[in-house]
Ligand binder design. Sequence first.
Ligand SMILES: [Zn+2]
Length: 458
Amino acid sequence: MRILIKNASIVHSNTNFVMHIGIENGSIQSINSSVPDEKFDRVIDAEGKFVFPGGVDPHVHFDLPTPAGSSVDDFKSGSVAALIGGTTSILDFVTPRRGQSMVEALEIRLKEAQGSFVDYSLHVSPVEWRDSTESEIKACVDAGFPSFKVYMAYRSNIGLNNEVLFKVLTTVAKYGGMVTVHAEMGDEIDLLRDQFLAEGKSEPLYHLLSRPPGTESEAVRQVIDLAHIAECPLYIVHVSSEESLIHIAAAQDRGQVVFAETCPHYLLLNDTKYNGSFSQVAPYVISPPLRKVSDNEALWIALKQGVVQTVGTDHCPFNLSQKMAGEFDFRKIPNGAGGVEHRLTLLYSYGIQQELITKQQFIDVTSSNAAQIFGCWPQKGSITVGADADLVIWDSQKKNTIQVATHKSTSDTEMFEGFETLGAPEFVIKGGRIVVEKGDLILGNLQKGKILRRDIKS
Ligand SMILES: [Zn+2]
């Protein structure tokens, strides 16, 4: 199928160029300032509309197993939610059991991911140090999965102590990979959690109070220093607090390779969500927890200044019935919430429209930077000849209200319930096929996503 997008406004360095984009065999074949004199099967006139590269969400957990059951969006429903919101590639995770090989866990996870309608890759988690860990890390890098995710929290099952963390950083650096890190002080948080419960403080509010910002920023400081010694590129996921940003900016200033990600909820929601009944509060039980308005503001500034390079979603929604597992013990509430569907429209509405970021920055933080950092650029995250034809035709006048009743996620909770948005995908083109038209999914055009094998050595 050959598609021509006529009169596309392409943003480049904050200037708009009106161009005509020809698509064939799943990739961008031509970008011309005059309409090509060729035959196309479909011509879309994008006059007055922006065309953005398809979103790349570097942080989702589809079908994540937990003691309260799996996160409710699997690779099918999660990728449909992604597409309707303009995200055409995702990075999910491989979390082996202790005792299981990362390579074996990667193969199993790749099979689970086959249901995806967006292109996908995986970050692999070392959850312990074994004799074979070094060779497993090398095998993952060689197979095109060079980014590893370590947890400093959740010490009882997947979290690492600093000794193992340092070994992982050193080894990943040796083979040309990158470490991504969930930075929270696991032992201290566990102590606080147990202490609150022992005092009979079991409500979800204590999820917030057992994870004060210092438990994040101290972990951020430690992992930055360890990565500096190990000379390992570092990417800090879901940064939520102003204190953490101070350490990140200082490391970047001294020339260390440290990237940072935040999420829409850390930009737009705050800790007042933890006041209320269990069912009101539980949907916001995520780690790190929501912070203060001053943290929201600091994160927007960090995005604008380039201290934070990406906005991922940490999409990991649960139904309220699953959250009820922690009705009498906040420690048992599965941590997570959705977001993959609304990332672009929230950033556009509350970032660009409020003039907190520019259109170029919107493209960078929702797509191009993640593609570059994780080694799938310019195939993803760019509008250039030869790139994959993953494109979003954006209607900047389209108004919506986010509602659990209408979102595509299968979750029965929605953190952004009632948020009004301005700007939405009118068309989404994935691999050269129109998968969203006039905001509606074109089911017949969906096809299975590709595995993105990546290389970040450069
Ligand atoms: Zn996560």
